[in-house]
Design a protein around this ligand. Structure first.
Ligand SMILES: [Fe+2]
Ligand SMILES: [Fe+2]
Length: 165
């Protein structure tokens, strides 16, 4: 069985990996938006192919983020309560739920439309909506990780102080 310190460090490590997933996802959103900026004056069928590819890339990075976050939450929910207490754990779990719901919402938004039959205006409007939802979801995940990092750092301090005395 891992020590409490080892459990804490492994969760902190996973936070680094999730931050990396969030960054990759945010970059994929940016790449999709850049298509509209670069192709402002020249709209032709090749643009639709580029948008389809960028959206596929975005969906894939969203799926990786979704799976990484889900596995991480399952793990936290099974190992963190004995370390931080059940009430604080409940608060964190409410945020887990909120993040998963928003990730699901983003997945639905990306999968429900057919790029080939959409006009430029419709695609731009949807890109705006995608940006809005993804900014929010990235913010939620980042804020949650920052809170947990602070809690886990305090725990580490307490464990080390106890070990030293
Ligand atoms: Fe969490
Ligand atoms: Fe976490």
């Amino acid at each position: 069985m891992p020590t409490d310190l080892a459990t804490i460090n492994s969760i902190l490590y996973e936070h680094g990996a999730i931050r990396h997933h969030v960054q990759t996802f945010a970059n994929a959103v940016k790449e999709l938006e850049e298509v509209f900026v670069k192709k402002l004056g020249e709209w032709d069928p090749s643009v639709l192919k580029t948008i389809t590819d960028k959206r596929l890339n975005l969906q894939q990075s969203l799926q990786s983020l979704y799976e990484g976050v889900k596995i991480h939450h399952d793990r936290e929910e099974s190992v963190m309560a004995p370390l931080i207490g059940s009430q604080l754990m409940e608060g964190l779990m409410l945020e887990h739920e909120d993040m998963m719901q928003n990730l699901e919402r983003t997945k639905t938004l990306l999968s429900e439309s057919e790029v080939a039959v959409m006009s430029r205006e419709e695609l731009m409007a949807q890109s705006y909506e995608i940006r809005h939802v993804t900014d929010y979801v990235c913010e939620l995940i980042g804020a949650h990780i920052t809170k947990e990092d602070a809690i886990l750092d305090l725990l580490k301090k307490a464990i080390r102080a106890r070990q030293a005395s």
